[in-house]
Design a protein around this ligand. Sequence first.
Ligand code: NAP
Ligand code: F7E
Length: 343
Amino acid sequence: MKKAFVTGITGQDGSYLAEFLLHKEYEVHGLIRRSSTFNTERIDHLYHDFHTPDTKLFLHYGDLSVSGQLMDLLHSIQPDEIYHLGAQSHVRVSFDMPEYTGDVTGLGTLRILEAIRKTGIKTKFYQASSSEMFGAASPPQSENTTFQPRSPYAAAKVYAYYIVQNYRDAYGLFATNGILFNHESPRRGETFVTRKITRAATQIKLGLKNKLFLGNLDAKRDWGFAGDFVEAMWLMLQQDKPDDFVIATGETHSVREFTEKVFSKLNLDYNKYVSVDPRYFRPTEVDILLGDASKAKKALGWKPKVTFDALIDMMIATDMELAKKEKTLLDAGFSCNNSERLT
Ligand code: NAP
Ligand code: F7E
């Protein structure tokens, strides 16, 4: 039985990856942060109390800003594969918290690589690199495109990308960068634009809300489905040699187009409900991302399965169920927080 160590297991990708690996009979060890409210909602359906016989998912407290404990964990778990997904992953927030983002998203990667090097464990390492690193570079973007980062988040990911390459060359580690373009799902955090839109539109449909405030509607993104993308992460670590791969759908759509489509699928005119609020603008924006994943297609045999339309349908369906539950609670006199989030 193979063992995997996953940082960021409580996040969108971590939850899909944990499902995927458990299905493949891996023993999965996840790093979680101590939090005053529960932060394991996305993996609760996978987790069994550790007293249960044959349990395959184990959670360990820790933090990417602390190196000694990462070393102890890796030494005691001895994973065959490490999927490093943990990060301060919100681009807008990285402008508010640049130092923290550099520490966790940039140096966090170095801390794990150092833990591998110092413990001497034999393992394969996956780094969650990002299309955000391409920034202002012209589309389509591939493994050969020069990075032009446009945010503290992107700059931190560029550092992590190059330190992965350096540890590969300097110490012979099996360390791979997956340069993933935006990927979404019903488990996407509610302050990322796609989920913010499907969540608000379904609430508006049921009369729970009457306004959606957004930022730059003209930005374009190559949006795929997170469930498809975690398979690519796994495929990268099944190769004989480490390498770097772009993972993308090869289609790009604007935020406006996404919004219009979601509202029209609910028989609503988005113009009546959506307003632009400049507080959601970024000091520097990434205008257009469009990935060329032909290398991954050829070398890994990977291609996306879920289309743009099917992704939207899936997100609307889940958020409609959530909105119905909220409506039931409201109708029964309970409160429901529909106020605007900070980001
Ligand atoms: P996410 O939903 O924001 O999840 C981030 C995860 O990192 C959460 O589990 C979070 O824990 C954990 N984390 C944050 N700070 C930490 C710290 N100091 N110590 C330990 N864990 C920490 O992100 P995602 O969308 O799943 O993305 C996964 C990875 O891929 C990230 O590295 C992201 O930057 C990268 N990426 C994402 C995309 C995308 O479109 N989704 C595209 C390219 C690259 P809590 O639950 O406790 O907050
Ligand atoms: O923004 C625009 C915003 O926050 C997408 C992360 O997973 O993907 C993600 O980063 C676009 C931007 O994702 C709002 O200005 C308009 O142009 O959903 P997002 P992101 O910044 O592309 C990359 C690949 C990652 O690696 C990151 O970890 O939408 N936009 N109005 C808005 N964005 C937000 N969040 N909220 C708005 O109201």
